[in-house]
Design a protein around this ligand. Structure first.
Ligand code: PFF
Length: 445
């Protein structure tokens, strides 16, 4: 049975697919507005530390479990710790990605709509209130969510090699080219310098417990951790690949892309004289306003390129979210790939519709004072992802034998031999303690 599992074709494909999962709305939509709200350069520094010291060890831990367990989250944990409760972590991480996918594809749908709007020159003229009208309308965002989710499902149905690998190999280089082009354009705008400085000169007084918790949550979100995605992708990585490199390569490209997105957005925001702490509407509300004030053809071209980038980045991430559950249903429950994709797609579709409507017709329905969309985002990004990540790293650091961990991380002693003790220290002590400290501080606050 194991022999029949697909694997990624080459090291490049592995990094592209993993980076494809990592680079997404988290980088282009979330990161710039968080950096804007939590102090620019100071936030970026804390975010960098969280990414490389706390999150990357978890990335390696998930990779080790996935490749050694050779299967979906549930199957891999059951194989490595048979008959224990660890498999319930597998089940949890099969459910979390579907919840995440449901609201992620709502925002993915916004990017479909905005690309369409950019192509039909809808950002020329008065765009005030456009975003609010759009997200609160009952139909348009739901239709776009459906389009986005269908595209995601179509790629996943094609399989690991023909769908995920081909799509990410084709689009990831394009994403970098697009974002660099937008950065260059943004930096030439009058007054853009202040925006760049905001991202480069740290003001350390901005760092507090909240900044650290938000930066850590963002690092987990951005690297797709704690929900079994990296674990599942790692199960498609051949035994010869170097797990240190695929993790480091993914983390570096994810970090770089977030920075580039910051430099694509912030200089334009400053150049338009807008405050950097606009919040979640920065990309969908503020940017169209900026595009509308540019010379018409320039505004149109930049808007098309920008929303194309957002859409493609979102798709390479959403396919990874769907793949986690599809791998589970097809390997553990014997479902066909098509059927598993359709079943899970439908669940995400229905929950996503409710999330989408929570901006409009269902806005008075609150859970703990939050709309359904915000509630689920909070639940997943602030709690389930870090908790999932913590449990994965504890599994590798404390449950698996050190020899097994070494054997997997060094690909049977062929690489990373000298690095192993450092990485093991990070996985066994530093990452779990660091995450726990951030958690307790958040709770106390
Ligand atoms: N890392 C993605 C982003 O930054 O948009 C979001 C994500 C994808 C999170 C896949 C978790 C995941 F499993």
């Amino acid at each position: 049975m194991e022999n029949k599992r697909e694997t990624f074709g080459s090291r490049l494909s592995v990094v592209m697919a993993m980076a494809g999962s990592a680079i997404g709305l988290g980088n282009i939509w979330r990161f710039p507005y968080l950096a804007g709200q939590y102090g620019g350069a100071a936030f970026i520094l804390v975010y960098a530390l969280s990414s490389f010291v706390l999150a990357l060890p978890i990335f390696w831990a998930e990779s080790i479990i996935g490749r050694r367990g050779g299967g979906n989250t549930f199957g891999a944990l059951e194989k490595l710790a048979p008959g224990t409760r660890w498999k319930s972590l597998g089940l949890l991480t099969v459910l979390t990605p579907i919840v995440l996918l449901s609201y992620y594809s709502v925002v993915g749908g916004w990017s479909v709509d905005y690309l369409f709007k950019a192509c039909t020159l809808s950002f020329q003229g008065d765009v005030q209130g456009l975003f609010q009208r759009f997200i609160s309308s009952p139909w348009e965002p739901v239709i776009m969510h459906t389009v986005f989710l269908s595209a995601t499902a179509a790629i996943v149905i094609l399989g690991v090699k023909n769908g995920i690998e081909k799509f990410t190999k084709l689009t990831m280089p394009l994403l970098f080219v697009l974002i660099v082009a937008i950065v260059i354009f943004g930096l030439t705008l009058p007054g853009a310098r202040a925006g760049a400085e905001y991202l480069l000169k740290p003001d350390f007084s901005k760092i507090n417990a909240q900044t650290v918790a938000i930066a850590m949550g963002q690092a987990f979100f951005s690297l797709s951790l704690g929900v079994g995605t990296i674990l599942t992708y790692a199960s498609y990585v051949s035994k010869k690949e170097n797990l240190f490199i695929s993790g480091m390569g993914t983390a570096l490209s994810d970090f770089l892309f977030a920075l580039l997105a910051g430099f694509a957005v912030m200089p334009a925001v400053f150049s338009a004289g807008i405050a950097p702490h606009e919040g979640a509407g920065l990309v969908f509300d503020t940017l169209p306003y900026i595009f509308s004030r540019m010379q018409s053809w320039v505004g149109a071209v930049v808007a098309i390129l920008f929303f194309m980038t957002v859409l493609v980045a979102a798709l390479t991430s959403s396919i990874s979210l769907l793949e986690v559950g599809v791998a589970y249903l097809s390997e553990e429950k014997g479902m066909s790939r098509v059927r598993a994709t359709v079943v899970l797609g439908l669940v995400a579709w229905v929950v996503g519709i409710l999330c989408s409507l929570s901006f409009g017709p269902l806005s008075s329905f609150k859970l703990m004072g939050l709309s359904l969309f915000d509630f689920l985002d909070n639940l997943v990004a602030t709690w389930l992802m870090p908790v999932g990540g913590l449990l994965f790293v504890i599994f590798v650091g404390w449950k698996m034998s050190k020899d097994d961990v070494r054997d997997e991380f060094t690909s049977g002693g062929t690489c990373n031999v000298r690095l192993f003790n450092w990485v093991y220290f990070l996985m066994r002590y530093l990452a779990p303690v660091g995450i726990a400290v951030v958690f307790v501080t958040t709770l106390l606050n």
